[in-house]
Design a protein around this ligand. Sequence first.
Ligand code: NAD
Length: 283
Amino acid sequence: MYKIIDGKVISASVKERVKCEVEKLKQNGISVGLAVIIVGEDPASKVYVANKKKACEALGIISEEYALPENTTMQELLALIDTLNKKPTVNGILCQLPLPKHLDEQMVINAISPEKDVDAFHPANVGKIMQGDFDFVPCTPAGIMEMLDYEGIDIAGKTCVVIGRSNIVGKPMGMLLLHKNGTVTICHSKTQNLKEVCASADILVAAVGRPNFVTADMVKENAVVIDVGINRVDGKLVGDVNFDAVKDKCSAITPVPGGVGPMTIAMLMQNTVTAAKKQNKVI
Ligand code: NAD
């Protein structure tokens, strides 16, 4: 019998922890602030930003939203980031991606002060993750580690396979599993015998962006399967894992929706509090 790893329950426990930390900081005269920049009119980005704002409000984090027009220049965006880097009441800065095509995403990421980079995309933070000595972890992989920990799933010595090698999910996911002593393989679109590699995994993480990509023959008996995918099929949210076909082979599996998704915002809140603590030398 498989267990559903419930992202709603686990993210609620993370948020409760963050809320307590925010309150404790407030009692010591320290406020926690997150600045979110959004450029243009992308509807999905607008929803994500609204959800982040709502989460901040619920946890006592002060959120500032900077909604810039589609035709914002690189110079204007960098000037705003520079102002926010210097603003003491802003502990975390997040620039919602993707940006309009005329803007250089990497240049924007590089401009955010590493101390305020709560997405952990800045090269300094990426390097720290490689070294295993980090303050911030990209929110989605961080959320998955939190889920595994909450469920008491031991990683040490396990065969871990991550499908997808993006900078946001796949690569940092692989590093975090490695730091917990997993034996890690990262697969991608050029991987040969993908099925066999996946079917060897005790812990399988799918971050591909293709609906129902992972089928039963790719899953080992009693594997833990983590589905990162968010795909829209006929207006319905569908993961990268064919849940119904795979679930009976798993010891535990995340659903979509209600799995990894809710964890991402919770970990952003966690990173923002960590930033505030570091900047105020509380940790
Ligand atoms: P991406 O497009 O940047 O990366 C996809 C990866 O999948 C690539 O590395 C590619 O090599 C690999 N891939 C593509 N086709 C493949 C194939 N046939 N075989 C093996 N590998 C293949 O995507 P991403 O940003 O990493 O996101 C992946 C998915 O996770 C998307 O559905 C995205 O919406 C979702 N996502 C969810 C959350 C969340 O909070 N739940 C957060 C980020 C991303």
